[in-house]
Design a protein around this ligand. Sequence first.
Ligand SMILES: Cc1cc2nc3c(=O)[nH]c(=O)nc-3n(C[C@H](O)[C@H](O)[C@H](O)COP(=O)(O)OP(=O)(O)OC[C@H]3O[C@@H](n4cnc5c(N)ncnc54)[C@H](O)[C@@H]3O)c2cc1C
Length: 539
Amino acid sequence: MRLRVNQISMRLNYSDSDVIKAIAEELHCKTNDISNPEILRRSIDARKKNQSPRYILSVEIDYSGRPLSETPGKIEKAPRPEPPLTFPLLSPAPTPPPIVVGAGPAGLMAALTLAEAGYKPLLIERGAETSDRGQQVAAFWKNGILDPESNVLYGEGGAGLFSDGKLTARSKDRARIRRFFETLVASGAKPDILIDAMPHIGTDDLSRIIPSIRNRIWELGGACAFNSRLEGLHIENGLLRGVTVSGKEIRTDACFLATGHSARSVYSMLHESGVPLEAKPFAVGVRIEIPQHRIDSAQYGKWAHLPQLGAASFRLTRREENGARNCYSFCMCPGGEVISCASSEGLLTSNGMSLSARAKPFGNAAFLVPVETSDFVGQASQPAHEQTRMSAPLSGIEFQKKMERAAYEAGGADYGLPAARLIDFLEQNKGDLPAERSCARAIPALLQDILPEFVAETLHSAIPKMLKELDGTPFEEALLYASETRSSAPVRILRNSDGQSIGVRGLYPCGEGAGYAGGIVSSALDGMKLAEGFALSRK
Ligand SMILES: Cc1cc2nc3c(=O)[nH]c(=O)nc-3n(C[C@H](O)[C@H](O)[C@H](O)COP(=O)(O)OP(=O)(O)OC[C@H]3O[C@@H](n4cnc5c(N)ncnc54)[C@H](O)[C@@H]3O)c2cc1C
């Protein structure tokens, strides 16, 4: 009988035989009643009240002892494994091939899924492949030289290449999450991501993994065109007939549009082509940087020195009060760096990344304030009813651009990031910056000049209270960078339940830019799901 045993508590340096012994104790059986253990999930319990930090495991085993009574939540029959996803054999591959635009997580996984289903997709990416992109981004961070086609946001790997590579998965779609993580492991990610409760990869490892996924698409007969930009769609009577890529027309009846939320020219092109879009709420704010040892000791207390625990992270929220809106931390990068990002001249936004070791001396996270469509569609006093949202779908982008332009100017107009110590922000001073910080090209600035008033006021009221939850973090040591504007898409490309645009059959908007996903995992899953649906519907 295959059993799942949950909440097995183990010391940090456990061995396989320790796990069997602990399960045998739990089941009151002999160790040789247990075979084929497989750890499904591993989290760390480092609460300060514990005698020592522990791993908490969920393990599946084959059990051959006396009958057991199930204890829901603790011991249960293992569910049947999901059957592998199979597609009917396609030979020869259908023509014209489906086109996937954008080589971020959504586009790569859509293209891989199509290739596995026997199609020979053509993957189009405006930016460069990973290695060339790395050099372009290094020049941007060092000297402020921006390539508007290939940068921190555009290029192979998409927006998440220079990232912490946190694999946050809120979806209940366990089977697809597993398939995505297995793809990452088959492409070089550490197998730990399959079991860790808070898996992450890091920019250095992602730079090896992403090209390996692309090579797999190649091996299966797909093709990838880098430095190639989607410029237009050919639509006849609501049906997709082809696309224009870097001036060339390509015939197709299926295009997976996975261009991310920074592809503003794509949103404009869709709007002009009559593809139905709507404005959606998003969030903006600042990125805060704190010495990592403060975060570690706030989270782990006396265990903070233990290397097995890794750099600690946090998640903080503050509810709306006294006219200030909600505020929440987002995209925490333990032991990481704050980075400047841009994809067009004169517009600047901040973000964070880490390497796989997460060993840098600072941790950072965005602190965000929700922005409703009524903040940017029409007059703020008018309700953002459906009609208004539909008629001004791109106005959230204008809201973002205003902040990004102000940040660019305040940062010295060469992509340095405007920054201020928290105490200066609270006192509305420009002040100076600490010499010790992760982002070398940072310029002292009055952040209130960059942020909309309601955002500045909310952050002013919320950040000190939120940081108090990270006990032991002096405000003097916190540094703020402005501004976070691209945490999610400000536009939704409206689609049907089969994933196609509600106005254009054959157009499959997917990933974060479509407005139905956010983050690496959910964007990848969205790309997979739409490609699977397409392959199964055309069999
Ligand atoms: C610095 C940074 C750190 C992040 N860290 C994390 C993290 O740790 N964990 C997490 O879950 N999420 C993180 N994110 C968010 C995550 O990267 C995105 O949610 C995810 O990449 C979205 O995937 P996507 O495939 O939908 O779009 P994208 O990754 O944005 O990919 C879109 C691709 O389309 C291409 N493209 C755009 N327009 C065109 C065109 N006209 N023609 C051809 N190609 C085009 C772009 O060049 C880009 O490569 C981070 C984002 C950034 C910027």
